[in-house]
Design a protein around this ligand. Structure first.
Ligand code: KG4
Length: 334
């Protein structure tokens, strides 16, 4: 029995969670709407909002878990990567809180936490991947294929050399004047569109690497040419544009994942990160899983975006190994 309190503040969500042996007791998230009108996260505002939110969020997480702070066994926190000012709020709070209660501290890598979110036991029947497995980590800042040998041994075997998949969705959405973040809007509009309506270029990087900047430029130029012919092209073809762009990005993502799965003969395949909420990616990965007889792991929606429950699970693996942090460590951005 070990209650772990975890704190996540790497970007624009302040989150705190309490788990006990992979089971979630609470997972509280305070999101910041202040960034929406700027079309992206404003780092200084994000860290100020974290300062305001952190105490009530942690307090609520402990109360919702139905425990007292004296019952905790350790405090885990996201050390990086992320926005420095945002991370520092969580790191400083975790250090002070753990010191005051004389608890061990556990530093967690945010990206590893996204991957280890697959070990959250929402109910006793939840299936978890077996090591080694492959994880396609797709978010606003990262697109990587990771060979996960154990909770503490992960190798990046493929990555984007420029834009991340989520960034590509967000940039396309911006061209279409959709709100930020654009990924969920593209997903929603694409549902009624034709994936073959427009043909966009795709890159062909060696091995398991990706490049999305060419795709983005191809979409931009195609739409610019269409607008010359018809100034209302965007409004009149919004769903088709979204479906075609989403199809292009998802097809590229899965092509490399399929190659990695086949080459390494791995049967347990997972996705993680904000873009893993994409319904088309989920549908196409499920189809691919059936084709190759893979065990496919798709995270529940609430664990695709930033949350402290995943940090708690990653922290718990380290707790079991007594892999604790010292007070002199600080946040890292990359
Ligand atoms: O992991 P995440 O929450 O945080 C960052 O990396 O900052 O990922 C956010 C990204 C954004 O680019 C957002 O547009 C994208 O995930 N996203 C989606 C969907 N939901 C979120 N992209 C496509 N389809 C979705 N349903």
């Amino acid at each position: 029995m070990a209650y772990i309190l975890a704190i996540e503040s790497s970007c624009d969500d302040t989150s705190a969670a309490v788990i006990n042996d992979f089971k979630i007791y609470s997972n509280v998230i305070a999101s910041q709407s202040v960034h929406q009108k700027f079309g992206g996260v404003v780092p200084e505002w994000a860290s100020r909002a974290h300062q305001k939110n952190i105490i009530p969020v942690v307090d609520t997480a402990i109360k919702e878990a139905g425990i007292r702070k004296e019952d905790l066994s350790a405090v885990a926190f996201t050390r990086g990567p992320g926005l420095l000012g945002s991370l520092l709020v969580g790191v400083s709070f975790a250090k002070s809180f753990a010191t005051a209660l004389n608890l061990p501290l556990i530093d967690v890598n945010h990206l590893e936490a996204h991957i280890l979110a697959h070990f959250i036991k929402d109910n006793p029947d939840t299936k978890t991947p077996s090591f080694p497995f492959l994880c396609l980590l797709v978010s606003g800042g990262n697109t990587q294929i990771i060979y996960v040998k154990s909770p503490s041994d992960m190798e990046i075997i493929g990555k984007t050399i420029d834009d991340a998949a989520g960034e590509t969705f967000d940039k396309v959405a911006k061209i279409l004047s959709l709100p930020y973040p654009g990924g969920p809007h593209i997903d929603r509009l694409a549902k009624t569109g034709d994936i073959n309506a427009l043909k966009f270029a795709q890159s062909n990087m060696p091995n398991y690497d990706y490049s999305f900047s060419g795709v983005k430029t191809s979409i931009l130029y195609t739409l610019r040419d269409k607008l010359k012919e018809n100034p209302k092209f965007l409004e009149e073809n919004l769903s088709d544009i979204c479906a075609s762009a989403q199809h292009r990005v998802v097809t590229m993502l899965l092509k490399k994942l399929e190659k990695a799965g086949k080459d390494l003969k791995i049967k347990d395949i997972a996705i993680a990160g904000g873009v893993s909420a994409n319904s088309y990616l989920r549908e196409k990965l499920t189809e691919l899983g059936k084709k190759h007889n893979w065990n496919v792991f798709i995270p529940p929606f609430q664990y695709t975006t930033d949350n402290a429950a995943m940090v708690a699970v990653a922290g718990y693996f380290k707790y079991l190994n007594k892999d604790f942090a010292t007070l002199d460590l600080t946040a890292y951005t990359r």
